[in-house]
Design a protein around this ligand. Structure first.
Ligand code: ATP
Length: 135
């Protein structure tokens, strides 16, 4: 028997990134990682850069998902994301350079560093590297 599924829609400013069904989705929020199954209690969460995993009939789909929010309802999850990338869209070298820059800013002990911004840049770079490794 087929597993229970729910609708998943991921919308970014420039495209409908994903519109399909899933038996489970995992992603990162400002409160930590979350796994959503069908009939989850209604919840709105703020996204934090990380890897999104969609479990469906055909297996796993992985992407990097960076910011925005997710609206969870019993029969669907809708993501309004600023940036989402499939593994084959990610330039790993660029992400590694962004990681290096962010780490240098965070460990450089300079006074004019925006630490929160550097931490977010580091999270985006690491999310891209992890998602890309799953291509
Ligand atoms: P960078 O410092 O390399 O620009 P960033 O984290 O500051 O990285 P973002 O502001 O998150 O970049 O993204 C800006 C645009 O560049 C988005 O469209 C995003 O998809 C794209 N982008 C950023 N990094 C990469 C990458 N490593 N591979 C592919 N596209 C990327």
């Amino acid at each position: 028997m087929a597993e229970k599924e729910f609708n998943v829609k991921i919308i970014t400013p420039d495209r409908i990134f994903y519109d399909g069904t899933a038996s489970m989705v995992e992603f990162n929020t400002t409160e930590g990682e979350i796994g959503v199954y069908p009939e989850h209690i209604p919840l709105t969460t703020i996204l934090s850069p990380g890897v999104l995993t969609i479990h469906d009939d055909s297996g796993l789909k992985t992407a990097a998902l960076h910011s925005g929010f997710a609206e969870i309802r019993e029969d669907r999850v809708t993501f309004l994301a600023e940036i989402a990338e499939w593994p084959d869209e990610i330039d790993v070298r660029r992400a590694e350079q962004a990681e290096k820059r962010a780490r240098e800013r965070l460990t450089g002990h300079k006074i004019d560093v925006d630490t929160a911004r550097a931490e977010l840049a580091l999270k985006r770079a690491l999310a891209r590297e992890s998602a890309s490794a799953k291509r």
